[in-house]
Design a protein around this ligand. Structure first.
Ligand SMILES: C[S@@+](CC[C@H](N)C(=O)[O-])C[C@H]1O[C@@H](n2cnc3c(N)ncnc32)[C@H](O)[C@@H]1O
Ligand SMILES: [Mg+2]
Length: 245
């Protein structure tokens, strides 16, 4: 049984709100997000500086730009992106996630606008230079519908950034069996392999929303160094960027 209203699945959102206290625990249930945060942020910073003609060596290169973090959870991306100068709005379908995110941003002294909302609930007048859908599409009932509503909030020339898991056997072995059952990095049942999205499917759905993919990169875990790094292989975890025409 699955139930949803709009772009969010009630079961999926409940899974995240049940763990909401753990959002900012680097060794807790969201440890993988904490561990690969540096490489996702480096990827976005590099490409977004190039796209918007900003100085990569600046502390806060993105002053004056508005960013919407869709499915922001506890704000693990919203906070560092606000530090980079973006004016950040973070939305999440889970009320408790937003409460935790808001509290943490207050403690960090960051003026982030957090709201308990899904993208289709935002007013049509609210437009952003950057829209994120990071590690969200594998948790929504209808990816095309979700992307349509998220991309609708992008200004022309704006950038959509997404990340998810590829629907490959390798991703099943590593991200489901490995991460949930062998290593115990994630609670069992976190990911349903059938909801993983191939890069070609992701790009085609974005194109249907007027967004042309311009960059893709994989993320891989190296057991030897116990670190994540950016790779060319999109076999398991990957991220992408696209420009709205
Ligand atoms: C795996 S977490 C990703 C958190 C964050 N984006 C990150 O990468 O660190 C997925 C989040 O998406 C939220 N979510 C799922 N469907 C959503 C929707 N349609 N609109 C807004 N939030 C949604 C969930 O409540 C959950 O907090
Ligand atoms: Mg996920």
């Amino acid at each position: 049984m699955s139930s949803h209203q709009g772009t969010a699945s009630a079961e999926e959102v409940a899974r995240f709100t049940a763990m909401a206290e753990a959002w900012w625990d680097p060794l807790g249930k969201f440890k993988p997000l904490h561990r690969f945060n540096p490489i996702r942020l480096a990827f976005m910073r590099r490409h977004l500086c190039a796209h918007f003609g900003r100085d990569e060596s600046a502390m806060a290169p993105f002053q004056g730009l508005r960013l919407l973090d869709v499915g922001c959870g506890g704000g693990l991306l919203s906070e560092p992106l606000a530090r980079m100068g973006f004016s950040v709005t973070g939305i999440d379908a889970g009320d408790k996630n937003v409460t935790i995110a808001r509290l943490h941003a207050e403690q960090s002294g960051l003026p982030i606008d957090y709201r308990n909302a899904t993208p289709e609930q935002l007013a049509a007048s609210e437009m952003f230079d950057v829209v994120l859908g990071m590690e969200v599409v594998e948790h929504v009932p209808d990816v095309g519908d979700f992307l349509g509503h998220a991309a609708a909030r992008l200004k022309p020339g704006g950038i959509f950034a997404g990340a998810t898991l590829n629907r490959t056997l390798k991703a099943y072995a590593l991200a489901v069996v490995g991460a949930e059952y062998v290593l115990g990095w994630l609670p069992k049942g976190t990911h349903d392999w059938h909801k993983f999205v191939r890069p070609s499917e992701f790009a085609a759905m974005l194109r249907g929303c007027g967004v042309e993919v311009t960059a893709m990169a994989g993320m891989a875990y190296s057991p030897l160094t116990d670190e994540w790094r950016e790779t060319q292989s999109l076999d398991v975890n990957y991220m992408l960027l696209g420009t709205k025409g």
